[in-house]
Design a binder for this molecule. Sequence first.
Ligand code: PMP
Length: 361
Amino acid sequence: MTRVYNFGAGPAQLPEAVLLEMRDELLNWRGTGMSAMELPHRGSDFEKIAHESEQDLRELLAIPKNYRVLFLQGGGRSQFAMVPMNLAYQAICMAYMDTGVWSQFALQEAQRYGNVHLVASSADNHYTDIPPQSSWSLPKEAAYLHYTDNETIHGIEFPAPPTGYGFLLVSDMSSNLLTRPFDISQFGIIYACAQKNMGAAGVTVVIIREDLLQREPFPYTPSMFRYGLHAENNSFLNTPPTLAWYITSLVLKWTKKQGGVSKMAEQSQRKSAKLYAFIDQSDFYHNPVEAHCRSRINVPFILAKPELDQQFLKEATKMGLANLKGHRLVGGMRASLYNALPESAVDALIEFMQYFEASYA
Ligand code: PMP
């Protein structure tokens, strides 16, 4: 059985080198006679994994000293609640950008905790654009501004973060953290689930500016939802997801070995540009997103004849191109081009799309 190219939106393809490393040390991690997931989480061996992964992430993203890195559970979605629970107690309002399904979910969750001010929405044009900054409504009294850096379902990515408005900026980078360099110091909180560019499902990384840990959360906030408590306990408030954390530690080392985040940025630029160029020259495939905010990471596309969707998926799967089915809300196809997906996968996909168009258009 050979491995396929996995275009799934997450859990995503892992680097083969990481899977082989996991296999090799499955029964005996670094001479302990145990696998990494059998290590006591408070022992010095697992602490090494925790320490190294934090250092590697700090190095990869140039995280300043006044930011804490937390390895939490509950996925990206728990952050939709943790952010307002920890930042918005007694706040007049919270400001949210609505550029797709994930920002919608984040916004709806925040509504449980107070007034949400909608800064801008691209719902009216079916999330194919980011509204121009001139149209944004920015309430000065907002506790923070939340936006989704990359919309995994609609394939929209902010070309640059919405900085410069004097807001405490909170960003969901679940699908594009580690795919391009950026200036962390412009943010209050950045969060990302691991199962796309950083490992397997189960661990969620939160990068939080230290002073925010002093903010008083809503009084009823459970211990497990308090950033301050997690920081005080170095992400060991309870038993952390040790297997997922270990996998993340390997993926971070792999990312460094590949040349780091700037190299990942070069590759994702090249991979996505190739695919968009092919889609754009074709009358058979179509991507509806405005060029300036097309995602380098998730590329949705539809077929001119939707009745051929099933045939496309069937033949693609047969060719070793897996999980191209688009999200049910958008339809058609979606190719997710995360860091671990090699450029040869995009070449193979384009070749297949050419063949399919020539055969069925
Ligand atoms: N935000 C974004 C941008 C996502 O793509 C996802 C998952 N696809 C989430 C949040 C939710 O993450 P999880 O499933 O880990 O809760």
